[in-house]
Design a protein around this ligand. Structure first.
Ligand code: PBG
Ligand code: ZN
Length: 329
């Protein structure tokens, strides 16, 4: 047998140092975004662990500030905030109240951590008594009437000092509605990260418990995308680019690596991917049962998302990864 002519891939795997020398994909702290759930509570130190998301909690503003301080010490550069208001109604009034829970949290975080990138999720579901992402009439989510409320919500986040707004509602035209209102109020420079490609996914289950935002009837399939569709992802992304999105997000992440890759190859905007609650919880659950090694699986899954083409990764593991990659194994 002639052994001189076959490819010897093992040459570059023979030691840890050589493997590191040729590694193509690295997770960097500056690319990671940690989500936080901000709780409106009479006790500003209130702290409620989320049963289905071990390690994550609903945090009242003072508790949030302490958690963020610990994460910033570890090297966290960016957060995305979700609100859990005390009051919900049919017009999502607390989503755009100047003293709403997100507006308070943004002010507080920007004051203490001026360099932290504070992104806000812009949606109505957590603030609606029915839990849908838009206004309901005749048992249907109404698209155009919802745009005003979404734009007002984004503006109120901007006025509170947010560094970036991220609409996640999946109403048509919302990027343009938000961009127009922000521009007309002097926020031309504020970046917008669109949840451009958001699938109607069962992986959001734990989040809906965490954010108390499950729809009280029906589902989100009339506005979020069908998991079987890939070409449609390009149409959604293109629509958002035309309307003024600065960053395109794909969500969930690991089950949609093909979509991340397609966006990366089709467009030149930064691409973000959201490793959602169910992706996080399934790793945590398997680890608790002793069936998977948490750290290895978390790092592998997030590296895969980066390798597929995501520049920015939103993950509930962000804080833990900061500790892990510092060791750099
Ligand atoms: C709200 C929103 C959801 C998530 C982010 N923003 C839930 C949903 O659309 O039902 C999911 C995040 C996660 O599962 O971690 N529109
Ligand atoms: Zn929503």
């Amino acid at each position: 047998m002639n052994t001189s002519n076959f490819y010897r891939g093992r040459r570059l795997r023979s030691s840890k140092s050589i493997r590191h020398l040729v590694r193509e994909t690295d997770l960097l702290p500056r690319n990671l975004v940690q989500p936080f759930f901000v709780l409106e509570s009479s006790d500003e130190k209130d702290f409620r662990p989320i049963a289905s998301m071990p390690g994550q909690s609903q945090l009242a503003p003072a508790a949030l500030e302490e958690e963020v301080a610990r994460a910033v010490d570890l090297g966290l550069k960016s957060v995305i905030l979700f609100g859990i208001p005390a009051q919900k109604n049919s017009q999502a009034g607390q989503a755009y109240a100047p003293d709403g829970i997100i507006q308070q949290a943004v002010q507080r975080l920007k004051k203490r951590f001026p360099a932290l990138v504070v992104i806000t999720d812009v949606c109505l579901c957590e603030y609606m008594d029915h839990g849908h992402c838009g206004i309901i009439q005749d048992q249907r989510v109404q698209n155009d009437p919802s745009l005003d409320l979404l734009a007002k919500t984004a503006l109120s986040h901007a006025e509170a000092g947010a560094d970036m707004v991220a609409p996640s509602d999946m109403m048509d035209g919302r990027v343009q509605a938000i961009r127009d209102l922000l521009d007309s109020r002097g926020f031309q420079e504020l970046p917008l990260m669109s949840y451009a490609v958001k699938y109607a996914s069962a992986y959001y289950g734990p989040f809906r418990e965490a954010a108390q935002s499950a729809p009280s009837f029906g589902d989100r399939k009339t506005y979020q995308m069908d998991p079987g569709n890939a070409r449609e992802a390009l149409r959604e992304a293109e629509a958002d680019i035309i309307q003024g999105a600065d960053i395109l997000m794909v969500k969930p992440a690991l089950p949609y690596l093909d979509i991340i890759s397609a966006l990366r190859n089709s467009f030149d905007l930064p691409v973000a991917a959201y490793q959602v609650s169910g992706e996080y919880s399934q790793i945590k659950a398997a680890a608790q049962l002793g069936w998977l090694d948490e750290k290895s699986v978390a790092l592998e899954s997030i590296t895969a998302v980066k390798r597929a083409g995501a520049d920015i990764i939103i993950t509930y593991f962000a804080r833990e990864i900061l500790g892990w990659v510092a060791g750099n194994e």
